[in-house]
Design a protein around this ligand. Structure first.
Ligand code: ZN
Length: 78
Protein backbone atom coordinates (compact mmCIF):
# COMPACT_ATOMS: atom_id res chain seq x y z
CA UNK A 1 0.00 0.00 0.00
CA UNK A 2 1.36 3.36 -0.97
CA UNK A 3 0.14 6.83 -0.27
CA UNK A 4 -0.59 9.15 -3.17
CA UNK A 5 -1.33 12.82 -3.22
CA UNK A 6 -3.68 14.68 -5.56
CA UNK A 7 -2.48 18.23 -5.97
CA UNK A 8 -5.75 19.33 -7.55
CA UNK A 9 -7.95 18.16 -4.66
CA UNK A 10 -5.21 18.42 -2.02
CA UNK A 11 -6.23 14.89 -1.08
CA UNK A 12 -3.95 12.11 0.04
CA UNK A 13 -5.21 8.56 -0.32
CA UNK A 14 -3.89 5.03 -0.18
CA UNK A 15 -3.85 2.86 -3.23
CA UNK A 16 -2.27 -0.40 -4.27
CA UNK A 17 -3.02 -0.33 -7.98
CA UNK A 18 0.70 0.06 -8.66
CA UNK A 19 0.22 1.52 -12.11
CA UNK A 20 3.67 1.91 -13.56
CA UNK A 21 4.09 4.98 -15.71
CA UNK A 22 7.13 5.59 -17.84
CA UNK A 23 8.13 9.12 -18.55
CA UNK A 24 11.11 11.06 -19.77
CA UNK A 25 12.74 13.35 -17.30
CA UNK A 26 14.51 16.28 -18.90
CA UNK A 27 17.52 15.78 -16.62
CA UNK A 28 17.60 12.04 -15.94
CA UNK A 29 16.15 10.74 -19.19
CA UNK A 30 13.77 7.76 -19.22
CA UNK A 31 12.26 7.13 -15.77
CA UNK A 32 9.28 5.43 -14.30
CA UNK A 33 7.13 5.93 -11.26
CA UNK A 34 3.99 4.57 -9.74
CA UNK A 35 0.83 6.56 -10.23
CA UNK A 36 -2.75 6.20 -9.05
CA UNK A 37 -6.01 7.80 -9.98
CA UNK A 38 -7.58 10.24 -7.57
CA UNK A 39 -10.85 8.89 -6.14
CA UNK A 40 -12.37 12.35 -6.45
CA UNK A 41 -11.28 13.89 -9.74
CA UNK A 42 -9.88 10.71 -11.38
CA UNK A 43 -6.76 12.67 -12.16
CA UNK A 44 -3.33 11.13 -12.26
CA UNK A 45 -1.47 11.37 -8.97
CA UNK A 46 2.08 10.68 -7.94
CA UNK A 47 3.24 8.97 -4.79
CA UNK A 48 3.30 11.24 -1.82
CA UNK A 49 6.88 12.12 -0.92
CA UNK A 50 8.09 10.96 2.46
CA UNK A 51 7.92 13.77 4.97
CA UNK A 52 11.32 15.33 5.45
CA UNK A 53 12.62 16.67 8.73
CA UNK A 54 11.68 20.30 8.94
CA UNK A 55 14.69 22.55 8.93
CA UNK A 56 14.83 25.32 11.44
CA UNK A 57 13.67 28.46 9.74
CA UNK A 58 16.04 31.37 9.59
CA UNK A 59 15.00 34.07 11.90
CA UNK A 60 14.09 37.16 9.95
CA UNK A 61 13.58 40.26 12.06
CA UNK A 62 10.03 41.49 12.00
CA UNK A 63 9.53 44.35 9.61
CA UNK A 64 12.28 43.39 7.19
CA UNK A 65 11.29 43.10 3.58
CA UNK A 66 8.61 45.69 3.94
CA UNK A 67 8.64 49.34 3.03
CA UNK A 68 8.46 50.15 6.70
CA UNK A 69 11.93 48.72 7.35
CA UNK A 70 14.70 50.93 6.00
CA UNK A 71 16.65 51.41 9.22
CA UNK A 72 20.47 51.18 9.41
CA UNK A 73 20.20 48.24 11.82
CA UNK A 74 18.13 46.20 9.38
CA UNK A 75 19.99 42.96 8.70
CA UNK A 76 18.34 42.64 5.30
CA UNK A 77 20.26 45.65 3.98
CA UNK A 78 23.71 44.53 5.08
ZN1 ZN B 1 -8.07 14.82 -7.33
Amino acid sequence: MATFLCHDCNLSFEDNQKIKKEYRDYIFGPCWKYIAHCPQCKGECSEKPEPKPVKAKQEIPAGCGTDACRGPSCSMLQ
